[in-house]
Design a protein around this ligand. Structure first.
Ligand code: FAQ
Length: 317
């Protein structure tokens, strides 16, 4: 009896915190569903950052100049940093990082669909910066106001870095568009391959998104998948015009009544296939991640042994 009264009070306090738009912190009581949803989303986000190093990483040794190589190296390192902030945010909810990695490797947790596509040309590096980081920013800026404090705070820094990534992609493409016909064709061909997968990054349509309604109530998510997808399309079309490329969508046109662009339907069957682990590069991505994890075992062991030794010495003082 007493414990259920106490539980009710805790629940009311949690609800008041959410409706007053305050932050829930790790030490606060929270419903188990809220904790689980956050761990699911944050872990998926962290995995995306780490797996997302691979498509661009593939071009590090083939960058066309030292300048492009240095820029790309810095960007890929930033993604590793984003993964670390996010795994740390998940740890504040009681998740164990080793366990999250196991769940990624055996397919129990997902990572973004976008990283299951191959990077075939150097233009893909620019298009990933422009469209993939662009979509990521569109999705993540509202997450800076997410109700869970550590996640919201991690997002602030991540978004600042993603903005830089987006600009470097756009600048790379501007340079290529000012080059030869072959370079311009390479950019257009890359845009044709990445446009639809970029739209899929926002998740399934709202009427097929099982988690959105509850995540919106808890203010983990601030906008629905379709709202953010529309925002991204509206943002990207003028940027494509300025660049001199087109999007591969015959239904894309300005709708003056809505004050937004109408656009076609992504291939949701392809999306479901990709998130089920059957994307063009899915097997390769997980195999690389598994190899990196296994090859790094000695580093984790050495770091743990060092930390243990340091704390034994500290305690002996
Ligand atoms: N890919 O009910 P919903 C980046 C899953 S970071 C794979 O709508 P929710 C930076 C979803 O998990 C990119 N799976 O789910 C970078 C759920 O399955 P589950 C990552 C997806 O959570 C740039 C099921 O479908 N960003 O790009 C996807 O409410 C360049 C039903 O979906 C984030 O993670 C998808 N696209 O909304 C790095 C942002 N969409 O878990 C390197 C944070 C949905 O029940 C280079 N996450 N699913 O088994 C979010 O905002 C949300 O989790 C959504 C999905 C919007 C992705």
């Amino acid at each position: 009896m007493t414990s259920s009264i106490a539980e009710n009070e805790l629940h009311s306090h949690f609800e008041e915190t959410i409706s007053a738009d305050l932050r829930v912190e790790p030490r606060d009581w929270m419903p188990e569903g809220y904790r689980k949803t956050l761990i699911r989303q944050i872990a998926q986000h962290a995995h995306s950052e780490i797996i997302g190093m691979q498509p661009e990483g593939a071009w590090l040794t083939r960058a066309p100049s030292l300048r492009r190589k240095a820029i790309l190296t810095a960007k890929v390192q930033d993604e590793a940093g984003h993964g670390l902030y996010l795994y740390s945010a998940a740890e504040t909810l009681g998740a164990d990082r080793g366990d999250l990695t196991d769940k990624l490797l055996d397919g129990r947790q997902k990572y973004s669909s976008i990283f299951n596509y191959p990077t075939l040309t150097f233009a893909d590096v620019g298009v990933i910066g422009w469209l993939v980081d662009g979509a990521a920013i569109c999705n993540q800026v509202p997450l800076c106001r997410s109700s869970f404090g550590p996640y919201a705070r991690a997002m602030i820094r991540v978004c600042k870095e993603e903005s830089f990534h987006q600009r470097q992609g756009y600048e790379l493409l501007m340079t290529m568009m000012g080059g030869t016909d072959a370079q311009r064709e390479m950019v257009q061909e890359s845009v044709n391959r990445w446009w639809w997968p970029a739209l899929m990054m926002f998740g399934p349509p709202d009427d097929r998104s099982p988690n959105s309604a509850q995540s919106m109530k808890w203010r983990i998510k601030r906008h629905t998948n379709d709202e953010l997808r529309q925002r991204f399309v509206d943002m990207s079309v003028p940027q494509a015009d300025a660049l001199g490329v087109t999007f591969p969508d015959p239904d894309l046109r300005w709708n003056a009544e809505r004050g937004s662009y109408d656009f076609g339907e992504p291939d949701w069957t392809e999306f479901m296939q990709v998130i089920a682990g059957n994307g063009a590069s899915s097997v390769e991505r997980i195999a690389n991640r598994r190899a990196a994890h296994e090859n790094g075992a000695w580093v984790r062991e050495a770091a743990t042994a060092f930390a243990r030794r340091a704390s034994t010495k500290e305690n002996a003082r």
